[in-house]
Design a protein around this ligand. Structure first.
Ligand code: HSE
Length: 459
């Protein structure tokens, strides 16, 4: 078999290796990198490439040099020296420049300059490294097709779970497994908020403001707290794990905006923690993909993950269970993943972006949430009078929902107002049955607030 180096090979820059009977042409000229987007991550990538230059040269078999950069403001102090680098005002110009072999996109956004520049780079047969989960979730399939058509790499380790090498783990490390479920904490901002609310008993808004100040949150934090950022990352993981076409429309999404201190306290007393999880699971009716606040047993590995840390658990047939834990956001961690992709491309590694050639990826129809099976936490605010608990139990019993526990709490302020809190934990049932029972309880006229429902995920 003969592998031909393509695209950016410059004259006199190739070595021919005969290894195990395989003739391989390795490019030994420096890999010239263009970086678009010089925010926290972009500046960290430049610093990491500088700091690790010698080690990377050894590992990749060739030097890696930053040849051109692009950002909105040229004069801004980013704590890195840019004087010797070619400056581009327009990322599309950088993407097609003859000065670079590889384009790194750190601009963000699923359209506009990020999409235009990535498409331009791939069309000009330049490999692309990106941390842009929103772009991949929306256009990943089309971009993978473009990369394949031009025989270049599209690499995106940094797009999911920051510094955790989860893309490589799913695509290469677990290639011999059938994956049953992949789930995890994929948004550092939400985990930071929920952890701080729980441990410091601080309100949601304060914890969000802190996460923004620390630079974890997206430019529009609705992406974090509304579950959309987790959904983008889950869409990528599901494609890698199940060979489906990346498709965020297949995901049922709920954010953490409605989670209150009362829920976190109740979870704590019941032996649970609340985490925003992204879950993709093989079921009889297809791959179920969902993002929602989730109760996890305090004893589980995922419950130990606090702060901006991310964790991904994979259930697979040969390896059984594997959990990877690490920093999910921040300049250094994300740059680590970007640089790993750059090093792979410098070595000449070019995998199918989503693990399978794009024409083998199958559509991922949305599995209806109503068919989801699992345990539920339900918090009801009810009239504090005789017969209420019996009425709730009756509606649950009628639908054969088995209760693990039912507790009534009367707090001084609430008691005076004539209301009490009832917390139920159910054994496994379906979403449809739970919603039907809650509608019947509401119709009985005993509930004074919209019920809070949180799904329970078992290890
Ligand atoms: N806003 C994201 C997070 C950044 O909080 O996880 C990393 O993707």
């Amino acid at each position: 078999m003969r592998h031909k180096a393509r695209g950016s090979v410059r004259e006199g820059s190739t070595r021919v290796l005969l290894c195990c009977g395989v003739l391989t042409m390795i490019d030994s000229a420096p890999l010239r990198v263009g970086i678009a987007g010089l925010g926290t991550v972009g500046a960290s990538v430049i610093r990491l490439l500088e700091r690790q230059a010698q080690a990377l040269k050894g590992r990749a078999g060739r030097p890696i040099v930053v040849a051109g950069v692009c950002a909105r403001e040229k004069g801004k102090d980013r704590g890195v020296m840019l004087d010797s680098l070619a400056w581009f005002d327009d990322p599309v110009e950088l993407a097609k420049s003859g000065e670079i072999d590889l384009f790194v996109e750190l601009i963000g956004g699923d359209e506009g300059p990020a999409r235009a520049a990535v498409e331009t780079a791939l069309s000009h047969s330049k490999s692309v490294v990106t941390a842009n989960k929103a772009l991949l979730a929306k256009h990943g399939l089309a971009l993978a097709r473009l990369a394949e058509a031009h025989h270049v790499a599209l690499a995106f380790e940094a797009s999911v779970a920051g510094g955790i090498p989860i893309v490589k783990t799913l695509r290469e490390g677990l290639a011999g497994n059938q994956i049953e479920r992949v789930y995890g904490i994929l948004n550092g901002t939400c985990n930071y908020i929920l952890s701080n609310m729980e441990t410091a008993r601080r309100p949601f808004a304060d914890c969000l403001a802190e996460a923004q100040k620390l630079g974890y949150a997206e430019a529009d934090p609705t992406f974090d707290i509304g579950g959309f950022d987790t959904a983008h990352k889950l869409a990528i993981l599901a494609s890698l794990a199940f060979g489906t076409q990346v498709d965020p429309a297949a995901i049922s999404i709920e954010g953490i905006e409605q989670i209150t201190l009362a829920d976190l306290e109740a979870a704590d007393e019941l032996g649970y923690r609340i985490k925003l999880l992204g879950v993709a699971q093989r079921t009889a009716s297809g791959v179920e993909q969902r993002v929602h606040p989730t109760m996890v047993a305090k004893s589980s590995a995922i419950a130990q993950v606090m702060g901006v840390v991310n964790a991904v658990t994979i259930d697979a047939d040969a390896v059984h269970e594997l959990t990877l834990v690490g920093p999910g956001a921040g300049g250094g961690a994300t740059a680590s993943a970007v640089v790993a992709d750059i090093a792979d491309i410098a070595k000449g590694i070019r995998s199918a972006p989503f693990g399978l050639p794009s024409d083998m990826l199958t559509p991922a129809p949305r599995a209806p949430m109503q068919m989801h099976e699992g345990g539920y936490y339900i918090r009801l605010t009810v009239a504090d009078r005789p017969g209420v608990m019996a009425a709730i139990a009756t509606q649950m019993g009628k639908r054969e929902i088995s209760l693990e526990s039912i507790v009534q709490r009367s707090r001084p302020g609430k008691k005076a107002a004539g209301v009490a809190t009832v917390i139920l934990l159910t054994y496994a049932t379906t979403e449809h049955t739970v919603r039907e029972a809650l509608a019947a309880i509401q119709a009985d006229g005993i509930v004074s607030e919209t019920p809070q429902v949180i799904r329970i995920e078992r290890e």
